[in-house]
Unconditional design. Structure first.
Length: 191
């Protein structure tokens, strides 16, 4: 670990356990909220005494010259993915959405073991959104939605998809927006 740069050495948090398999080229990260499995492209050095993981510049197979040029970026990406996995197995992520507009509402519905959210957004039809398996959606006052889960990407994607059903329009600001989002309103035509 002495010849590896500090930016490729990661400290393992105390509440996280790491299992590394060199033959299968995977690392399993377990925490109190679940586990993550990552497929690796470079070899790792795991030190149990120091609680450190070092990402080496050695590939699992034969390296071409083109691959040797990309090895630094692969090392950096691997370091970021491992840090993200540590974060995702120990903390929950959440997004808050506000529904603004007269008659715009959201209602949770359970139909035949399906968790759905029913949206009324001023269209001629209603919108039904199926809640993903690892995400929970709580509805407050039918105008505020709280989305939570352990995967940052899944929570962000779900929030962005719900927001895309009715993006805030620039004149009155009606639509679905993130809780801390500010909309710069335009002036209407002056007669």
């Amino acid at each position: 670990m002495d010849n590896i740069s500090k930016k490729y050495i990661i400290k393992i948090p105390s509440k996280v356990s790491v299992f590394y398999c060199d033959k299968r080229q995977i690392i399993l990260v377990k925490g109190n909220l679940g586990h993550k499995l990552l497929k690796l492209k470079t070899k790792l050095l795991v030190s149990k005494q120091d609680n450190l993981i070092a990402i080496t510049n050695q590939s699992f197979g034969i390296m071409s010259n083109k691959y040797k040029k990309k090895i630094k970026s692969i090392q950096g990406t691997t370091a970021v993915l491992i840090k993200k996995a540590f974060f995702e197995v120990t903390t929950k992520f959440y997004k808050k959405l506000k529904i603004i507009g007269v008659g715009y509402r959201a209602f949770p519905i359970v139909l035949n073991d399906l968790n759905l959210v029913h949206f009324k957004l001023g269209y001629s039809h209603d919108i039904y959104f199926k809640i993903p398996k690892d995400v929970s959606i709580v509805d407050y006052k039918s105008t505020k939605i709280f989305i939570s889960g352990t995967s940052y990407n899944l929570v962000s994607q779900t929030a962005a998809l719900i927001r895309s059903y009715k993006t805030p329009e620039p004149y009155k600001g009606k639509g679905i927006r993130y809780e801390n989002e500010n909309i710069n309103l335009k002036e209407g035509k002056k007669i």
